[in-house]
Design a protein around this ligand. Structure first.
Ligand code: NAP
Length: 305
């Protein structure tokens, strides 16, 4: 029996319907659209495709979108400088830095310097730390949130299930594990050093692929009746391919997301939700500051002491 196809489209429409009135209200009140700046270093095809998806989705829903494409030879310092310029830019409410970054960039240094208030992808240490501890204000990491959004939309239970995640990156595998733990799954994380990957993935009720290796997950690696979420995106001969061998695995799994049209499409919506709330927070903050014109005076007086 062919598994249920967990299309991202209906989830996208539901979130768009939920956000549209708030986006319209924001535009009416502030005269501008909440705006995302997408920063990309180089032009890897999956990243280019993904930025098109985000641009299209944001524009369709009345959000603002700005592409900051930086050349391959960009240095760590130049990237950090660009991020801090965007952090100060009044017309930008959220920043998305596309991953994986080229090997020439020191990803740890960039992550450590990422501007928290505009971190709508949820990758900064503060965001990930708050997610891990489940405290304070944080933006839930966008792709893992999209995976959860799909599971919830299709009423797939998570609690008590054995979840296996393949991939442990800071933007995908690790936050995915944290979100699934919070939803009371029993979580295993695999990576490039995992021995006998298939024997681990076969234990999964819920299998999340987050690697970037086309068709790594084959039918013999999936147990009958498992639910499979494919977050991977690669381009081969002009075709978009996920980490899962979709045609073969859909005959075994109970449910599976397609690529394209699955997790990636919904990620654009979780990013949109985070960008809108960042814009709303920033508007409240600046209104509060404007109501207290004496505040900078007070601050400078305190500094003098
Ligand atoms: P990444 O930083 O390169 O991480 C890849 C992870 O996969 C690493 O943890 C790596 O293990 C692991 N891995 C590599 N080969 C493996 C193998 N043979 N067996 C098991 N694990 C293996 O990549 P990323 O930034 O997380 O992105 C992963 C994929 O998701 C890419 O295709 C990317 O385009 C896609 N993506 C999709 C979305 C979306 O919205 N759908 C968003 C972002 C990214 P080690 O840690 O041991 O190296």
């Amino acid at each position: 029996v062919t598994g249920r196809i967990l299309e991202g489209g209906p989830v996208v429409e539901k979130i768009c319907e939920e956000l549209k009135p708030e986006i319209d209200q924001f535009r009416k009140t502030h005269g501008v659209a909440p705006t995302l700046a997408l920063v990309r270093v180089g032009n890897p095809l999956p990243a280019v495709y993904y930025s098109h998806t985000i641009d299209r989705t944001f524009t369709k829903c009345g959000m603002g979108f700005q592409l900051d494409a930086m050349p391959d030879e960009t240095t760590t310092e130049q990237l950090i400088r660009r991020l801090s310029d965007l952090a100060r830019a009044k017309n930008i409410n959220g920043i998305l830095l596309q991953h994986p970054l080229p090997k020439t960039i020191d990803a740890r240094t960039v992550t450590a310097a990422f501007p928290v208030s505009k971190d709508v992808e949820g990758i900064s240490p503060t965001n990930i730390g708050n997610l891990a501890l489940d405290i304070g204000d944080y933006f839930p990491t966008s792709t893992p949130s999209a995976a959860l959004e799909i599971l919830n939309h299709y009423a797939i239970p998570i609690e008590g299930k054995r979840a296996v995640i393949v991939g442990r990156s800071n933007i995908l595998g690790k936050p995915m594990a944290l979100l699934l733990l919070r939803a009371n799954a029993t979580v295993t994380i695999c990576h490039s050093h995992t021995c006998d990957l298939a024997s681990v993935t076969r234990q999964a009720d819920l299998l999340i692929a987050a690697v970037g290796h086309p068709k790594l997950i084959t039918a013999d690696m999936v147990s009958p009746g498992a639910v499979v979420i494919d977050c991977g995106l690669s381009v081969r001969d002009g075709e978009l391919i996920g980490d899962v061998d979709f045609q073969a695995v859909k005959e075994i799994a109970a449910a599976i997301t397609p690529v394209p049209g699955g997790a990636g499409a919904v990620t654009a919506m979780t990013l949109m939700r985070n960008t809108l709330s960042a814009a709303q927070r920033q508007a409240i903050q600046s209104a509060t500051q404007n109501r207290r014109p004496w505040l900078p005076l007070l601050k400078s007086r305190n500094r003098k002491r």
